[in-house]
Design a protein around this ligand. Structure first.
Ligand code: ZN
Length: 247
C-alpha cells in the first residue's frame, strides 16, 4: 500500500524541501553547501552530506505542503532570518506561537527524513499537530542562541537531534534544532493524568517558547557555548516538572 501523508492521511505524497528555499537569504553562501547533520540517539550518528536547503523528504501530501505548512513558513519569514543570524528580535505571543509551531513542523519533517529503524516520534504527534496546528499539551519548548565555535573551520549551519526520554507511565523525547545561531528545543512527555508539564524556567541562555509567555526580546543574555552543546542535546536527565492540569 502506498504511504500516506503523515499529517492528514492523504495521497499521493509530494517531495517537500525540509527547509524553505526562502531561507537562502538567511545563511552565508558558504553555509548553504555544508552538510545537514542528523542524529537519532547517542549511539548512532548519521550524516547527510547535502546542501543545507537541498534536503527533501517524501512524507506529506501536496495540499498540506502548499497549504497550512506553507502558511507557517510565511508566518515566521518576518523574523526567523534575523534569529538565524543572532540578531535581536521582539517576539509577541502570536510570534512565539508561530515560531513554536514552525519549529515543531520542521523537526517533524527532519525526523521523517532521518527515518530511523524505530521512529522516536509517534505517528499521533503528527496527526495531533495537523489537528491543532501548534505544539500539544504534552510539549514544552525553549529557545536560545548558539555561540560560534572559536576554532571551527566551518560553523555548523544546521543540527537536528531527537532522543527518546525515559518517562514514567508515558512516552517522551527531546528534540533540538539549530539553524545558524537559532536554537530551539522541544520536550514531549506524557500524558500524565490530571497533570501537565510546567513551562521551562527562563535562564541566562534559554527562554521559554511554548506554552507562549509574555512578549519578550530574543536572544537571551548569553549564548550556548559550543562545549555545552552535547549536554544540551543529550542530557543525562531532563528536569521535568509537573503542575495540576487545571492550574
Ligand atoms: Zn496531508
Amino acid at each position: 500500500m502506498p504511504r500516506s501523508c503523515a499529517f492528514c492521511g492523504g495521497r499521493p505524497l509530494s517531495n517537500e524541501h525540509i527547509l524553505g528555499q526562502w531561507l537562502r537569504t538567511a545563511f552565508p553562501p558558504e553555509d548553504l553547501v555544508n552538510g545537514i547533520h542528523y542524529r537519532a540517539n547517542a549511539a548512532t550518528t548519521h550524516q547527510h552530506a547535502q546542501g543545507l536547503l537541498k534536503a527533501t523528504v517524501k512524507a506529506v501530501c501536496e495540499p498540506c505542503n502548499n497549504g497550512w505548512m506553507s502558511e507557517l513558513e510565511s508566518g515566521v519569514k518576518p523574523f526567523l532570518p534575523e534569529m538565524i543570524n543572532g540578531g535581536r528580535v521582539f517576539l509577541d505571543s502570536e510570534q512565539q506561537q508561530l515560531l513554536a509551531a514552525w519549529s515543531l513542523k520542521t523537526m517533524l519533517m527532519m525526523a521523517k527524513a532521518h527515518n530511523p529503524p524505530e521512529p522516536i516520534i509517534p505517528a499521533t504527534d503528527y496527526t495531533d499537530f495537523y489537528r491543532e496546528r501548534r505544539p500539544s499539551a504534552v510539549m514544552v519548548a525553549r529557545t536560545g542562541f548558539a555561540a560560534v565555535p572559536e576554532n571551527a573551520q566551518i560553523a555548523l549551519a544546521s543540527d537536528f537531534s531527537c532522543h527518546a526520554l525515559a518517562v514514567q507511565d508515558g512516552y517522551g523525547y527531546l528534540a533540538t534544532l539549530r539553524l545558524g545561531m537559532f536554537v530551539v528545543q522541544i520536550v514531549r512527555a506524557g500524558p500524565f493524568p490530571g497533570q501537565v508539564l510546567k513551562p521551562f524556567v527562563p535562564t541566562w541562555q534559554l527562554m521559554p517558547l511554548w506554552p507562549v509567555a509574555e512578549p519578550r526580546h530574543w536572544p537571551p543574555t548569553f549564548p550556548i557555548p559550543d562545549q555545552d552543546w552535547a549536554s544540551l542535546t543529550t542530557p543525562d536527565e531532563v528536569p521535568l516538572e509537573l503542575a495540576p492540569a487545571d492550574a
